[in-house]
Design a protein around this ligand. Structure first.
Ligand code: NAD
Length: 291
């Protein structure tokens, strides 16, 4: 590998304690076209940037916050690849179809989908409104279903192009440790992520014979706007760290790096798996000293 093919990913990070260090080979995804939903913030942003560093052309989807999306595009084009910001609400069928059609028209095809967009609407169970339940299911689960379906149509139309990738397409569903950890006060969110797990595994089983790899990433606690209250005071941070054996909150780049790996042919034999990127949160840390 030539030296200029190695791009440090550290300068994209804030330099905060615990910031992930690493290198991304700049040719790993060269020639591939990636769509990342909810890519103007947090994990989606870091994932879109990491895919761009790895050589992919990237569509940065957003539903609100065009300026942020344009900044992500600017950062990605700085790596010498193509990028564009597309507005679409992932829970709206027509908008998802229009977005994927536009990507095929303007970028030629889709090789990688990172179905990342998601939100929380928290409430104690008896106070949770149907609207709160429905909104979270619509975005977190139905949104992934719609994006995966439309991307899959394009993967099947195009088939495998061996010079580009051994697979006809890769789908990465952004799940959560809450696909297996129940979460009081968040029944809509936990149910949506449990649904993502079974949707991902079923799609993986159905699509593997067509050479489409479907996998998920289950982040633990990652420092983003979605969970600010869990880490932005010293007391909250101390409580949170008790749940993380590796003793640091994750950075969005931790997830971006995992997505690059899963999307690349280095992981061509990884099918239907959830990669937990959680500092050990799912290792039942309460049992380290108890039980
Ligand atoms: P975030 O709030 O920073 O980002 C969420 C993104 O989704 C935003 O860009 C938002 O605009 C977008 N979005 C929301 N509704 C949308 C819609 N209808 N259409 C298109 N985009 C929409 O939060 P994040 O932490 O980066 O979350 C990204 C994903 O990671 C989510 O699926 C979340 O459930 C998952 N996750 C996050 C953590 C964490 O600790 N941060 C942990 C586990 C899972």
């Amino acid at each position: 590998m030539e030296e200029q093919d190695i791009v440090s990913s550290t300068e994209a990070t804030s330099g905060a304690p615990g910031t992930s260090q690493g290198v991304i080979p700049a040719h790993l995804l060269r020639g591939q076209k990636a769509l990342v939903t909810g890519a103007n913030s947090g994990i989606g942003r870091a994932t879109a940037v990491a895919l761009g560093r790895a050589g992919a052309d990237v569509v940065v989807n957003y539903v609100a916050g065009k300026d942020e999306a344009e900044k992500v595009v600017e950062e990605i084009t700085g790596f010498g690849v193509r990028a564009a910001a597309y507005e679409a609400d992932v829970s709206d069928e027509q908008q998802v179809v229009a977005m994927t059609d536009r990507m095929v028209r303007e970028f030629g095809t889709i090789d990688i989908l990172v179905a990342n967009a998601g939100l929380q609407r928290d409430a104690p169970f008896t106070e949770m409104t149907l609207a709160q339940w429905q909104k979270v299911l619509d975005v977190n689960l139905t949104g992934q279903f719609l994006c995966a379906r439309e991307a899959t149509k394009e993967f099947l139309r195009r088939g495998v192009v061996p010079e580009v990738s051994r697979a006809a397409g890769k789908i990465i569903c952004m799940s959560s440790v809450h696909q297996i950890i129940p979460w009081a006060g968040h029944v809509n969110y936990a149910s949506s992520k449990g649904g993502v797990q079974m949707m991902m595994e079923t799609l993986a089983q159905e699509l593997a014979p067509k050479k489409i790899r479907v996998n998920a990433i289950a982040p633990g606690a990652i420092r983003t706007p979605i969970n600010r209250s869990a880490w932005d005071t010293p007391e909250a941070l101390e409580d949170l760290l008790r749940l993380i054996p590796y003793d640091r909150v994750g950075d969005p780049e931790d997830i971006g790096h995992a997505a690059v790996g899963l999307a690349s042919d280095l992981m061509d034999y990884v099918v239907g798996t959830t990669l937990y990127v959680d500092g050990g949160m799912t290792l039942f840390p309460g049992f380290a000293t108890g039980g």
